[in-house]
Structures are given as C-alpha cells and as structure tokens.
Write a protein of this length. Structure first.
Length: 356
C-alpha cells in the first residue's frame, strides 16, 4: 500500500479534479504489476495495474489507495475491471467520498466473492486526497497558505525588502507547487508592492489562474500580471464599489473581473471567491500573500494547510511585516492550532507543513 501511495503521488497536478490513485498487484508475495492515474481523462490506476500484471491477476491481491469507482465518467467503472481480472482479495486504503461510489465499489466486490479489506494506511491516503475530498464534500477548493519568514517571524525588512528570505531550493519548491495548483491567490497590497508574476518557472503540469483580491480594482494596467494575461489567466476579485471605469479597463486588457459581495471589512468576500473557484472545479488554491489576506482567510477558517519556510536569519524591526496581520486573537488560548504538522529541511531553511 505504501508503494501504491507513492505511485498515486505521481499524478499530482495532472489528475485534478479527479483524485490521485495508485494500485499494486501482488501475487505470491511479489509485486506483479503497478499502475496509477496519470492524467485527467486517462485510464485509472486499477486497469493500468491490471495491464501491467499481464495475466497474473487471477487469485492475486490488489492494493489500491481509493475504492474502485462504480460510475461511468470519462472511463468505464473500475470495479468492473477488478471483478473481471479474477482477484481473490482487494485491499483498499480509503472509501471514495464521491457519492456516486461511496461504498458501492466495496459492496459490489464482496458480492462477487472477493475478499475486501478497508483502511490500510488510511490516514496517508486521506491526507493525499484531502483536496479531492474537500471539493467533493463542500464544493470548495483546498487552500494552502504559503509564506517565508525569518527566525523572528518577519516576512520582510521594515523597508519592505524581502529578497531573499528563503533559500534557492525553497523558492524552487514553491515554483513546483505553483505548477501543480489551479489558482494562486494574492492581495492587492502584495501585487502593488512586489509586482509579481505568480507563475511557475519552469512551467509545471498545470497553468494556475492568478487571482488578486482587489476590492477597488486597483491592479495597474502596467503590472506584470496584466501584461502577462495572455500567458496565464488573471482574475481580479473586486466589489461593486470598484469604479466602473477601472473594471472596464481591466476587462479590456484581458482580465476577468469578478464582482463579489463585500465582507464586513468592505473587501471582496473570500468565502464567495472560493465558492466561485470551487464551482469551476478548481481543486487546489495557493494563497501567497500578503499578511492581511492571510489573516482574513485564517480568521474565517478558509485555510486548510500552511507551508511555512523558516530561514536561519534574524531581521528585527517593530514595523517589519509578519505573516498574518489583522487584529489577531485577544488571548493565546484563542490561537488557531494545527491538528498535525511535519518539518523537513529544504536548502538552508526549515519547511513546516501544518494541517489546520
């Protein structure tokens, strides 16, 4: 099952909004075939593993990270291929949260006389496909907030200079992640201060939409985002309070302008924005900055995961920006606590991944 999960990971950024799935055929204690879902619309993991096993499936065991599907989509139901292959046993990591399957695949396999075990390495499988599960259950994308900071929690010097807090390997990893997500979200403050491109360099399997939370439609027509709109989509999330001429100018420049309801701070509602992205079947959103936008998203419970790069530097400065601005909580007891976390070294930095 651990091998099947490794295989499933290869589909990251290629299969969404489908789940990442891996499958391994085991016969007489040896791996006889492997497969994974490689890209959206392509064959699923189970038929790929069955084909790779080349006739060794009868009486064998299939390990699969997600319950075989029972519905017709771009491909036939996987449960039919599994039954036809003649497996004696199927081991499933997690039940498919898609209501079109959700237990039916397991039931149909058992009805066919196949022994089915469920739950092996389920925690790892659930984490792997948390974005798929969230989109399926709530029609909202999975949001990862990313920032780089110094040992003393600063994201820039008091002058605004932030180049470079994190190491080159950390920045390369961020570009890899950018190439795997559906949208990259930043606030207008970050867009004005840094004039970012928010693209993956080199390109990844996905071309993310660049989304700017910009209630007054202030994004300059001369910005890199606007000037590169032909290369990757740009969406400005504005409100009805934004001047009509500004919205029209951005639209004329090839920018999609969403007019969203205001939140209680007069800004474009983040929940409404994420709801629209989810409606478009966007699975993963990377929130890149800045501190006010991150604080608003965290306070509203809209962030699912944090990627925090901590550099071995001390910047100082009482006016230097921090990752999450806003008013914050009144007491430490009210702080948002991670449910789980992991840390690893990337270049000279420590990367903390925390699941909220």
């Amino acid at each position: 099952m651990a091998r099947a999960l490794e295989l499933a990971e290869r589909g990251r950024g290629r299969v969404e909004p489908n789940p990442m799935v891996g499958a391994v055929v085991v016969r007489d204690g040896r791996i006889a075939g492997e497969g994974f879902h490689d890209h959206f619309g392509g064959p699923h993991a189970e038929p790929c593993a069955i084909a790779d096993a080349a006739g060794a499936c009868h009486g064998a065991t299939l390990y699969v990270t997600l319950e075989p599907c029972t519905h017709h989509g771009k491909t036939p139901p996987c449960v039919d291929a599994v039954r036809a292959a003649g497996f004696a046993r199927v081991v499933v990591a997690m039940v498919d949260p898609d209501p079109r399957t959700q237990g039916r695949g397991i039931e149909q396999l058992r009805e066919a006389g196949i022994a089915v075990d469920v739950g092996l390495l389920e925690d790892r499988a659930q984490r792997l496909n948390a974005p798929f599960t969230k989109l399926t259950a709530s029609s909202l994308p999975f949001v990862t907030a990313k920032w780089a900071m110094s040992l003393d929690g600063k994201t820039a010097a008091h002058t605004g200079d932030a180049r470079w807090i994190s190491s080159a390997p950390s920045r390369a990893l961020v570009h890899t992640v950018r190439g795997q997500v559906d949208a990259i979200l930043a606030g207008i403050g970050t867009a004005l201060a840094d004039d970012p491109m928010l693209t993956a360099r080199p390109p990844g399997p996905r071309v993310a939409a660049r989304v700017v939370a910009d209630s007054q439609a202030r994004l300059p027509l001369t910005s890199k985002l606007v000037r590169s709109a032909a290369e990757a989509p740009v969406i400005v999330a504005a409100t009805a309070a934004a001047p009509a001429e500004r919205r029209a100018a951005l639209a004329d420049a090839g920018i999609e302008v969403l007019v969203l309801p205001q939140d209680d701070g007069g800004h474009a509602g983040l929940a409404a924005l994420l709801g629209e992205l989810g409606r478009r079947r966007m699975t993963n959103v990377l929130l890149e900055g800045g501190g006010e936008l991150a604080a608003a998203a965290l306070a509203r419970g809209l962030v699912d995961k944090l990627m925090v790069f901590v550099a071995p530097k001390v910047i100082g400065g009482r006016e230097a920006p921090t990752p999450a601005g806003g008013q914050g909580v009144a007491t430490v007891a009210e702080a948002l606590a991670a449910r789980d976390w992991a840390v690893r070294r990337i270049g000279d930095d420590a990367l903390i991944e925390a699941w909220l």
